[in-house]
Design a protein around this ligand. Structure first.
Ligand code: NAP
Ligand code: G4F
Length: 328
């Protein structure tokens, strides 16, 4: 039975990846930070088979300890400060967690593996946010990176460090350049979930308005369950490599609003949406659309959930959750 260690186990992708790997018969360990992490109970409820180890990816010795205890065949580094807007306000911390800690992960694996560098396969959660001010449409693996946020810059560092460990030490290290992926487990700070939660509450008469920033930005949105499957396929490939994971379609925040409100029978959403300058970013990523041709050809990966299906899944889940809370 293979063993996997996942950082970022309490996050959206950590939960989906743990479910996927447990379903395949893996022994799964998750790294959880803090002495009393409030999301521990969620992980224990949703993926009870996961063995939790305390540690922080910025603390090399805690990562070494986690490797020694779990003895993993595969390590998935999903841990990060992942909210782009927050990264301007906490740029140094984002650099440490989202950027420098990738070096900790790679170095810990190199030290742990010793002369048998092939014994651990590594996945790094890179991001389409690295494309920033996009230099190609659609974006692919060879597109010049031009990050537009402290988060994006930190991800570029982790991306190139992963490539560097592959080239320097022959490590089986892959970097998944994942475009936005969402689900009912998405954090409420991200625009999709912020919208679907608010739409659910508006439809139930629990609130009247939602405040948003730039409605013209466009994103290539897929379903998180599909994207963790791409991560796993990368670690199974004969060699480590870099892959764009995307749907190949792009949609604006306005389209997200159209579909979300339509799902609850509201066609004219203008009166419910308030534009608040606080949600505009110092530098915006205007357009993301990925070309997943390489992942399709080399990994046999395909997205299975369309954008309207994803929005409906999230709105329906939030309506159920908000109704249950209101009735409780
Ligand atoms: P998420 O829900 O925000 O989860 C982030 C995870 O990182 C949480 O489990 C968090 O733990 C953990 N973490 C934060 N600081 C840490 C630290 N110092 N040590 C250990 N763990 C730490 O993010 P996600 O959407 O699942 O994304 C997973 C990864 O993919 C992230 O690296 C993200 O940047 C990247 N990514 C995401 C997308 C997307 O659209 N979702 C696209 C491209 C790349 P706490 O609960 O303790 O805070
Ligand atoms: O949902 P978002 O916060 O996601 P963003 O910035 O694209 O980042 C996500 O995807 C990246 C992959 O490309 C990941 F690497 C990253 O970790 C994260 O998962 O914002 C999407 C768009 C932006 O253009 C933003 O300006 O929505 C726009 N937006 C408009 N109003 C808003 C809001 N975003 C948020 N979060 N909140 C708003 O009120």
């Amino acid at each position: 039975m293979p063993t996997a260690l996942i950082t970022g186990i309490t996050g959206q992708d950590g939960l989906y990846l743990a479910e996927l790997l447990l379903g395949k018969g893996y022994d799964v360990y998750g790294l959880i930070r803090g002495q009393n992490n409030p999301k521990r109970a969620l992980v224990e409820k949703e993926v009870p088979g996961v063995k939790l180890l305390t540690g922080d990816i910025t603390d090399l010795s805690s990562v070494m300890r986690a490797l020694n205890v779990s003895q993993p065949d595969e390590v998935y580094n999903l841990g990060a400060i992942s909210f782009v807007a927050y990264s301007w306000e906490n740029a140094h911390l984002t650099t440490q967690v989202t950027g420098n800690a990738v070096l900790n992960m790679l170095e810990a694996i190199r030290l742990y593996a010793g002369t048998d560098i092939g014994k651990v396969r590594f996945y790094q959660a890179s991001s389409s946010e690295m494309f920033g001010k996009v230099q190609d449409v659609p974006q692919r693996e060879s597109t010049l990176l031009w990050p537009r946020s402290p988060y994006g810059v930190a991800k570029v560092y982790g991306h190139y460090m992963t490539i560097n460990y592959r080239e320097s030490y022959g490590m089986h290290a892959s970097s998944g350049i994942l475009f936005n992926h969402e689900s009912p487990r998405r954090g409420p700070e991200f625009v999709t979930r912020k919208v679907t939660q608010a739409v659910a509450r508006i439809s139930l008469g629990l609130q009247d308005q939602i405040s948003l920033g730039n409605l013209d930005a466009k994103r290539d949105w897929g379903f998180a369950g599909d994207y963790v499957d791409a991560m796993w396929r990368m670690t199974q490939a004969p060699e480590g490599d870099d892959y764009v994971v995307a749907t190949g379609e792009t949609h604006s925040i306005r389209e997200l609003l159209d579909l979300s409100f339509a799902r609850v029978g509201i066609e004219d959403w203008d009166k419910h949406v308030y534009i608040d300058p606080q949600f505009f970013r110092p530098a915006e990523v205007d357009l993301l659309i990925g070309d997943p041709a390489k992942a399709k050809e080399k990994l046999g990966w395909e997205p299975t959930v369309t954008f309207p299906e994803l929005v409906n899944m999230m709105v329906d889940s939030d309506v159920a959750q908000q109704s249950a809370q209101a009735g409780a």
